[in-house]
Write a protein of this length. Structure first.
Length: 171
């Protein structure tokens, strides 16, 4: 009986690790999709409606899902510091504090550069920066989807297989 409990615990633990790796890949794809949606939303608001950044951020907090919502909430919260810090600094701080976004270095740099352009230049330059960020993040999204498709199943399968392998060795 004790052997059976140990077997279940080992297989369960390794399966959990395999599935958690799969869920991280899945969440990363969802975050990139949400960020692209947010950039498109920002572009519409800034270019077509000429909305100020504070209104754009508030609308993103309402429309985006977690964890992207938390990022924009951090930026919006930091807007109270606009006298002491630049918007680019507030954006960058919120970006690097938002580890739950699961962004890779290149993706963070794209968003960091976007924060440096928002609210600083005229509408055309902001639109250019938003379009560039959208294109680049779309490339990263395609790679993340491919990574999820190829590696996601592998992580889940290896988690289960590793559990059975360990049990076989111990028996």
């Amino acid at each position: 009986m004790l052997t059976l409990i140990g077997t279940v615990l080992i297989v369960g633990a390794t399966t959990y690790f395999g599935l958690s790796a799969f869920w991280r890949l899945k969440l990363r794809v969802e975050v990139l999709e949400q960020l692209i949606f947010a950039i498109q939303h920002m572009e519409r608001e800034i270019v077509e409606r000429l909305s100020p950044l504070s209104e754009v951020l508030e609308s993103l907090i309402v429309t985006c899902n977690t964890p992207v919502k938390h990022f924009f909430d951090r930026v919006d919260g930091g807007m109270r510091e606009v006298g002491r810090h630049s918007f680019a600094h507030i954006w960058s701080t919120a970006l690097y504090d938002s580890e739950e976004l699961l962004l890779k270095k290149g993706e963070r740099l794209i968003l960091d550069d976007l924060g440096k352009a928002l609210g600083r230049y005229d509408v055309e330059m902001q639109q250019s920066a938003l379009s560039y960020a959208e294109r680049r993040l779309s490339d990263y999204l395609r790679r993340a989807e491919e990574e999820k498709r190829t590696q996601g199943k592998m992580h889940a399968t290896l988690g289960v297989a590793a559990g059975f392998f360990v049990v076989l060795i111990l028996l």
